[in-house]
Design a protein around this ligand. Structure first.
Ligand code: ADP
Ligand code: MG
Length: 351
């Protein structure tokens, strides 16, 4: 009989552990942009500007006008598990901020070069400092700065050969970033966003703060989308089983696209929910004569304790209490609202 020696188990070096974890949080350039924009939103910014070079591999720069970062906090800013948003585990149940685990900036320093420039209210100058592998490369340097924070991510995945190669061959990372900013801009209509390629004078997304969702959709997705929308709402308020509130805009039968656009926010978090998306697709396929793919913007508010935000490394998905019933309720509601608009349309004079 052949006796196999068991391999010896050893402890991984911390730098290896950190880089592996970072590779999960930051999967592509767009995941870094999402984390940075969410940080800017968490910092109460009203203006967020993004510059991208080489699909984000060379440079991702996010500038905001938020509350900035304290000088004393700069030394631990990019360490893993350092955050201003969560203190005890129980806070997670009620968390309003998008961040909570202090992983994003740290992750970026393990797979890229990170430079932070920031100024807090009432200061005469700001500070700039660069980070590698969680730590400052030098003391923060005083510098001129406008309100808020600017974060620069350079040479993303410089130390992950395989990841870099795959991404270099894919041409659509910039498009993914633009798509992401459009989604944020449709929901956060009180914030102005811009996104452009490094060196380009023209922006590919540019919004100004507005109080009208329809205006925001018009400026982001165009008049061809915004003129063909119907407002939808649904809610349930039965504390024993289902509490939720949905508000959104969905395209009517005049609108037809090759691909479905679904912009979904749950408790102000940009997330994906395959079950809900499918359910809406089914309604459109069944209700509209031609199988046109819809545009859907939807915001769902649930009691925070019904949403588990900590189920996915990129926070792309959340898990909902009563998900099936929510999906069902939303589905039946928009089905009737869509039918309604469809039949009232039939009586409109043809022009
Ligand atoms: P998290 O968002 O989970 O707290 P991050 O690594 O994304 O973790 O950020 C760490 C901390 O750095 C945040 O808690 C916040 O205090 C601060 N921070 C990050 N980005 C910004 C920003 N743009 N403006 C102000 N503070 C920021
Ligand atoms: Mg964060």
């Amino acid at each position: 009989r052949n006796l196999i020696e068991p391999p010896k188990i050893h402890r991984l070096e911390e730098s290896v552990v950190n880089r592996i974890a970072a590779g999960e949080v930051i999967q592509r350039p767009v995941s870094a942009v999402k984390e940075l924009v969410e940080n800017s939103l968490d910092a109460s910014s009203t203006s967020i500007n993004i510059v991208i070079k080489d699909g984000g591999l060379k440079l991702i720069q996010v500038s905001d006008d938020g509350h900035g970062i304290r000088y004393e906090d700069l030394p631990i800013l990019c360490e893993r598990h350092t955050t201003s948003k969560l203190s005890v585990y129980e806070d997670l149940q009620n968390i309003k901020s998008m961040g909570f685990r202090g992983e994003a900036l740290a992750s970026m320093t393990y797979v890229a070069h990170v430079t932070v420039t920031t100024i807090t209210g009432g200061q005469l100058h700001g500070y700039r400092v660069s980070y590698r592998d969680g730590v400052m490369e030098h003391e923060p340097k005083a510098c001129a700065a406008v309100k808020g924070t600017q974060i620069m991510i350079e040479n993303l995945f410089y130390n992950m050969t395989a990841r870099r190669k795959t991404l270099q061959n894919s041409a659509d990372d910039y498009a993914k970033i633009v798509d992401l900013i459009c989604r944020f801009a449709v929901h956060h209509i009180n914030v102005s966003f811009s996104c452009r390629k490094h060196g380009a004078a023209r922006t590919d997304v540019h919004t100004v703060a507005t109080s009208s969702r329809i205006d925001a959709i018009k400026s982001i997705y165009g008049v061809s989308v915004s003129r063909d929308l119907i407002e939808v709402t649904a809610s349930a308020n039965d504390p024993t089983c289902l509490v939720f509130n949905m508000h959104g805009y969905i395209s009517n039968s005049n609108y037809s696209a090759k691909k479905m656009t679904m912009v979904l926010f749950i408790n102000d978090r940009l997330v994906e929910c395959t079950a809900l998306k499918r359910a809406i697709e089914v309604v459109y396929a069944a209700t509209l004569p031609k199988a046109s793919k819809p545009f859907v913007y939807m915001s769902i508010i649930l009691p925070p304790e019904h949403v588990d935000v900590n189920v996915h490394p990129t926070k792309r998905e959340v898990s909902l209490l009563n998900q099936e019933r929510i999906v069902e309720t939303v589905q039946t509601t928009i089905e009737s609202q869509l039918r309604c608009s469809n039949s009232s349309r039939a009586f409109l004079p043809q022009s």
